[in-house]
Design a protein. Structure first.
Length: 284
């Protein structure tokens, strides 16, 4: 073997030093591929909650303290506590765009037949059960007219914009972070929390308040479970989601107040059934 020039000069050969490579930080995209939920930030969801709930409490409580009509304060809560922060946060959301979410507001369901149960399922079942309990006036024609007027007004004025915030921003983000069940339940708690002052409206003692809180939680859990499932089944149609919410509100106009608990029971059972169907599909 021929000695190298360094060896001929009597020098020791020194291997070049290779600097130790430090592991590169994981990018959000890489985190999303390895664990999709890790890439969904919780800070925007917390920011929304920090704005929505106090705003709702202040405005809805003010209406009660002043003994003023609630509707203007409900609309202010909708605008300042829900829509405005949702729009701002959607503009900063890397997972979607505000324009895409607004398109979902007019998107029909896929498949199209889901529009019918979304709009009519809850009021129809609730009215039939209430009728069996003598909780309606028995005039189906009048009930259809009363429901249609109330539901349409609720849809256009409130629920389209409310679900832009609740489903379009918060619940979709929560479901992406914690899964369908976890995200829906987190949304349900927040949804009930912002309505909490309503539990004191007309309450006569602690028992009435507790009943009101239980009704809010039951309706919140049922509604958000059902809406979360519908959003997955219906091809991201916020129109269908808003119609479902409006139909629940409109059903109050066709049921006597003393059996209005039927409406809450129907939405809770429907939500639990929807969650069970999704869970069964995931296990299949």
């Amino acid at each position: 073997m021929t000695p190298s020039s360094d060896e001929r000069r009597g020098r020791a050969t020194v291997a070049p030093l290779v600097p130790e490579r430090k592991p590169m930080p994981t990018s959000p995209a890489t985190a999303a591929r390895t664990n999709p939920r890790a890439a969904v930030p919780t800070r925007p969801l917390l920011a929304f909650a920090a704005i929505a709930v106090p705003t709702g409490w202040v405005l809805l409580s003010t209406a009660q303290l002043l003994d003023a009509p609630a509707d203007p304060f409900v609309l202010l809560t909708l605008l300042l506590g829900l829509v405005l922060p949702a729009v701002v946060l959607l503009r900063r959301d890397p997972r979607t765009t505000l324009r895409a979410t607004l398109r979902d507001l007019v998107r029909p369901t896929r498949p199209a037949w889901l529009m019918a149960p979304a709009a009519l399922g809850i009021p129809l079942v609730a009215w039939l059960l209430a009728a069996a309990l003598d909780g309606t006036d028995g005039d189906a024609t009048a009930a259809v007219g009363a429901f249609a007027g109330a539901a349409l007004g609720s849809l256009v004025i409130v629920n389209l914009w409310e679900e832009l915030a609740w489903t379009g921003f918060f619940q979709r983000g929560a479901m992406a972070r914690w899964g369908y069940l976890g995200g829906s339940l987190v949304t349900a708690v927040l949804f009930a929390a912002i309505h909490l002052p309503l539990a004191f409206d007309g309450a006569d003692g602690l028992r009435d308040v507790l009943v009101g809180v239980a009704a809010l939680l039951g309706a919140g859990v049922g509604m958000r479970l059902l809406i979360g499932a519908l959003d997955l089944w219906a091809g991201s149609s916020l129109l269908a989601v808003a119609m479902l919410h409006a139909s629940f509100n409109g059903a109050a106009e066709i049921i006597e107040p003393d059996v209005d608990w039927v409406r809450y029971a129907v939405v809770l059972v429907a939500g639990v059934l929807a969650a069970a169907l999704l869970g069964r599909k995931d296990r299949a």
